[in-house]
Design a protein around this ligand. Sequence first.
Ligand code: FES
Ligand code: FES
Length: 156
Amino acid sequence: METITLRVNGRAHQITVRGHQTLLDALRDGLGLLSVREGCGIGVCGACTVLIDGRPFSACLTLAALAEGREILTVEGLGTAEHLDPVQDAFLARTGFQCSYCTPGIILTAKALLDACPDATDEELREYLSGNLCRCGSYVKILDSVRTALARLRSH
Ligand code: FES
Ligand code: FES
């Protein structure tokens, strides 16, 4: 066991972890951030996606200890009920979810795309989101939501 400091959603947290503990477990069990979902547990579904220094990572494949000193963002740190992030707002406006199990990971992946590549083509958008699976099959609505967020971003 070792005590590490994780910077999550703009705040530093001291947390005791085992050497092989994943960031997924540290965020959910250690810090109670339940938006970080476990799906496959093997890096395939994207449900556990978090942003580390602005880039999407599968928290189930990332060792907690290796995330020390990096800036980690989960959906809890993205917006508030009163002030949603523009991507969250677009998902709400276009109903980009059904059960919402995949939604936090998809929203964070979309945010990373919009931040890094606001000129993304539709093909790039599909490619970028291809690592996030939706078991409800809401892909049409999800893509519609991300396109809406992109269009709003470009109009400002
Ligand atoms: S739970 Fe991490 S990719 Fe599926
Ligand atoms: S909305 Fe249910 S898994 Fe995507």
